[in-house]
Design a protein around this ligand. Structure first.
Ligand code: PMP
Ligand code: GLN
Length: 383
């Protein structure tokens, strides 16, 4: 293994999922839903296979899907994209992120990450030969807050880009208007690119609305906005993602994507186009159902003795393990499957500096109610 990849040999999601499997645990670790997406979308994929949509799709993605992505962004955010040059379909958001780094980050450049970060980001930066710097979210006064002074301080002469993920995995934080304004200002002042991971753009709770960073003043021309169908339509295994932005940036990402996977997921592309165009009511049900599941798991975790931080979006909630006599969330998560048969993820492993997240465990609530209830039953045994 190369030096640049040596720090990243296994993902925490694979490790905890394997532990959950070998112990027969209820897996609230890896975030994937245990029910299917909209039936009309699933049928559309079956039809596409039956109709022979099984060969290489166009390099930028099926025109029908790019048009649907453009229409969604216009309707939801008032953003206009030329589907011919400003929208690229990728193999999940993951490829959009790694191809963006390969295309735009030089080996001597830096990318600023907000931690805890999705584990693919530092690896994508490292594969491009760049280096990352990170700035923390801190749990303060019952909420995770961005240290904007630390963000400003992390930017140096070699900084090329900032990555923003809102709603944020693993904390469930939705960045505030003030936080977004501060990030945008720092990008403008230092002429940085913004790479925004918006895979949870539809999963916000309590009436919150998603604000893409690209809609802030001076940001459209410097932002690559990334999303995917996995979370919005409960098809994490389909890996249909996309990246939208100014033509010259998207064309650079396309140059890299051409030689990583070229294309992918032909029969799923028309199905996702259908979902974006027609399945808004289903998506609204998903969102309200997830909000109820968040409340169900939150109250269960509180009954089990945890202090629970608010989840404003995504399908994750973080809980403080200290009231249960643990001081370390990673030790807690590694012991939990064996001890009571529940799996969770320690957010500290998604950080360069584990300290601010040391006391937390992340639980996923994108599961059937009976699965959440079974996990809570088992967690009550901890007390
Ligand atoms: N970013 C974040 C924040 C995620 O949580 C995930 C999914 N788990 C991804 C990216 C990956 O998305 P995809 O499966 O579309 O590659
Ligand atoms: N995004 C999901 C999570 O955070 C799954 C990640 C993965 O398995 N790579 O749990």
């Amino acid at each position: 293994l190369t030096r640049r990849l040596r720090p990243f040999t296994s993902t925490i999601f694979a490790e905890i999922t394997e532990l959950a499997r070998s112990t027969g645990s209820v897996n609230l670790g890896q975030g994937f839903p245990d029910t299917d997406g909209p039936p009309g979308m699933l049928r559309r994929a079956e039809h596409a296979i039956g109709e022979g949509v099984n060969q290489y799709p166009p390099g930028a993605g099926e025109p029908e899907l790019r048009a649907a992505i453009g229409a969604q962004r216009r309707a939801d955010y008032g953003i206009e994209h030329d589907p011919g040059s400003e929208i690229l379909v990728t193999v999940g958001a993951t490829e959009a992120i790694s191809a963006s780094m390969l295309a735009l980050v030089e080996p001597d450049e830096e990318v600023v990450l907000i931690e805890p970060y999705y584990d693919a980001y530092p690896v994508a930066v490292a594969m491009a030969g760049g280096a990352h710097r990170s700035v923390p979210l801190r749990a303060e006064r019952g909420r995770f807050r961005l240290d904007t002074a630390a963000l400003r301080a992390a930017v140096g002469p070699r900084t090329r880009a900032v990555v923003l993920n809102s709603p944020h995995n693993p904390t469930g934080t939705v960045f505030t208007a003030d936080e977004l304004a501060a990030i945008a200002e720092i990008c403008r002042e230092n002429d940085l690119l913004a790479i925004t991971d918006e895979v949870y753009e539809h999963l916000l709770f309590d009436g919150r609305a998603h604000t893409p960073l690209a809609t802030l003043p001076g940001m459209a021309e410097r932002t690559l906005s990334i999303s995917s169908a996995g979370k919005s339509f409960s098809v994490t295994g389909w890996k249909i993602g996309w990246v939208c932005g100014p033509a010259e940036l998207v064309s650079a990402v396309r140059a890299a994507k051409q030689f990583t996977t070229f294309v992918g997921g032909a029969p799923f592309q028309p199905a996702v186009a259908h979902a974006l165009n027609e399945e808004r009511p289903w998506l609204e049900e998903l969102r309200s159902g997830l909000q109820r599941k968040r409340d169900r798991l939150t109250s269960g975790l509180r009954r089990a003795g945890f202090d629970v931080l608010p989840s404003e979006g995504t399908y994750f909630v973080c809980a403080d393990v200290r009231p249960l006599g643990y001081s370390d969330g990673a030790e807690f998560c590694r012991a939990l499957p064996e001890r009571i048969g529940v799996a969770a993820i320690p957010p500290q492993v998604l950080c360069d500096d584990p300290e601010p997240m040391r006391h937390l465990a992340r639980f996923a609530f994108c599961k059937r109610d009976e699965v959440i209830d079974e996990a809570v039953e088992r967690l009550l045994e901890l007390g």
